[in-house]
Design a protein around this ligand. Sequence first.
Ligand SMILES: *Cc1c(COP(=O)(O)O)cnc(C)c1O
Length: 249
Amino acid sequence: MCAVTAAGSAARPASNPMTDLVHNLEAVHERIAAAARSAGRAPESVALLAVSKTFPADDVRAAHAAGQRAFGENYVQEAVDKIEALADLRASLEWHFIGPLQSNKTRPVAERFDWVHSIDRLKIAQRLSEQRPAGMPPLNVCLQVNVSGEASKSGTAPEEAVQIAHAIAALPNLRLRGLMSIPEPADTPEAQRAPHRQLRELFDALRADGLALDTLSMGMSADLEAAVLEGATIVRVGTAIFGGRDYSH
Ligand SMILES: *Cc1c(COP(=O)(O)O)cnc(C)c1O
């Protein structure tokens, strides 16, 4: 056992975080493409959002150098610091806010982000619309829906989604693009697909109801295949690109 481990690690070149990042991005693109092909979809119909929360600006810079353009952040202050540190790349970066958003923290998000996926009530959308600076394009937003019905998770109830979606779509400085969800983790492919399918059915119903939606933000490192099979147009992937997160500091 020990001998095998020693030989194995001796044979492997020293790990280079930059190389790992490039390989991880390639592997995630391959997973997306394989799932898209088995769903009869074009791989380009699924966008990869690299979730960079807890990782330093230099990791975003490295991923950008490898061709990645869209990044997701969960914490307002951390994101603002990172966006500032990467100001030189701003024109070729797309920043997506995907974390829980309190109403007293909407202004920096309205002023700096391109997208917000985590709108779970009308009040947040109204504030973002009011605070979006004149001269910036409309803020792209998704309504977060609690499809798995867990009381502890954020997201609007599916029964309320139709009414809230229409109200958001009427706000002047936002563009409602679609729906987002964070289902409970599940182990089997079928259990992973069920909540994604629910979100897609709600998406189809809203479109049939006259809303011009084009975005289903669903699927993370562990379940992106299930999400792509059910129609995801954006998958939000952190761990499989940047590695495990350290929340200790
Ligand atoms: C952290 C996070 C992700 C990424 O999760 P991984 O399992 O690391 O891929 C995706 N979406 C949201 C909303 C997140 O908070």
